[in-house]
Write a protein that binds this ligand. Sequence first.
Ligand code: HEC
Ligand code: HEC
Length: 411
Amino acid sequence: MKYLLYLEFFTLIFLVSNCSKVDSRIIQETSEFEVVEPPSDFFLSSLCPSGWKTEKGSCVINYQYINSLEKNGGLGQTLPDVKLDPKVIDLGRYLFFDPILSGDKQLSCAHCHHPAYSLSDGRKQSIGKDGTGYGPERKNGVVLKRSAPSLWNVLYMKHLFWEGRAANLEDQADGPLYSPDEMGSSPTIIESRLNENPFYQKMFRQAYGLKGTKISAELVVDAISSFERSLVSFSSRFDKWSTGDKDALSEEELLGYNVFRSFVARCAECHPPPMFTNNVFATIGVLDSGVRDYGRETITGQDLLRGSFRVPSLRNIAKTAPYMHAGNLETLEEVVNFYNEGGGRGNGAPSDLRIHWHVRKMGLSQNEITSLISFLKTLTDESSMPKFPKSVPSGLPVALELESYHRSSKK
Ligand code: HEC
Ligand code: HEC
């Protein structure tokens, strides 16, 4: 009975808010990233990226049903009314791909948040300083404690990092930039290098109208944050279905969605649509890779929150394996089996963890497990994947294998 009520509640929400309008702009599931030659004179683009439209010179979210996303809950707040400057986004994109920001000029944000791996790195734990290569092939450097999250929809996250130690993207960026284990840089290094670079001087003038003033590390972070905010993903087949196209999901996927929001699996309690996160912290008992990770407790000091992490969004989840803060679950099958066996309760998690009461043995059938996984795969939409600059203003090599460039330029 409870189960039925729950289903009806969701159906009602969808009926009220979606009015069976299908958005024809929905495009999805492009896994190939695009490599572009920068304009010879390095002019910043005044066009808004995919997923955004121009309104009075600014970029605003381009989907009408964004309003229904707000009403559908899942965020516990109204979506921020984001206005971005297209030139600043574009500048942030170059900075994101340019190793010039790291102390040894070897590492860019894109090495660990790479388009080929859906803005993550395909690794269990990321490799920072002194490593070579990018993505799963990166080797020989400092192994970080945690797995790199993808950056899709970070603009909607209330807390950043797995244990939520940063409250906004501006604070977050100081982490990788200045950590000696990661990019090992400093504001002085960044400022002196960029102010000596005529391309960057020109770009900052175009983006911020700087006249005679120097480029500051704050502006660098501001531009990167704008770029990160532009990385939206809400045009998946699930969105198509939830805005009225009833053929967008197969029967198996719909069964999977019903399992997802059922009182048995309870996935939607913590990962509610539309963002598939409730933006709070929960302990599910994932085992750590190596050193013990106390998660949110290290921030608040509450032992109740020992081993709890921010509930991650599940958008593009099929593209961002391996999973969890420790990257120790390699496939969606492993994730669903982990939950089905009772999460940490069934996996020997330390006994001092207060595992959330929604996480217990489920007894899902094989058919339910397979459907649930099929449903998770309907949350893929990489249509706002940023274009990969073939070269960057510093002239340093970007995290791009020639092979993948040929692959995408053959299209
Ligand atoms: C060496 C690999 C590496 C590099 C380089 C790197 N990151 Fe990360 N990034 C990570 C890892 C690992 C985490 C998770 C760390 C944690 O939670 O403690 C992370 C977390 C993040 C988050 C938080 C996402 C979320 O959902 O909470 C953002 C945003 C981010 N990085 C942006 C950047 C930016 C911008 C840069 C460049 C200035 C950058 N990263 C460089 C590995 C990297
Ligand atoms: C009590 C809240 C809660 C419930 C219920 C829950 N999750 Fe999670 N989920 C989390 C948290 C917290 C994490 C991150 C844990 C970590 O990294 O240690 C997570 C992580 C995940 C991840 C990995 C995300 C990534 O980016 O690595 C997937 C996939 C996932 N959950 C799917 C599900 C499915 C499917 C269900 C239902 C069977 C479910 N979750 C039920 C809280 C929950």
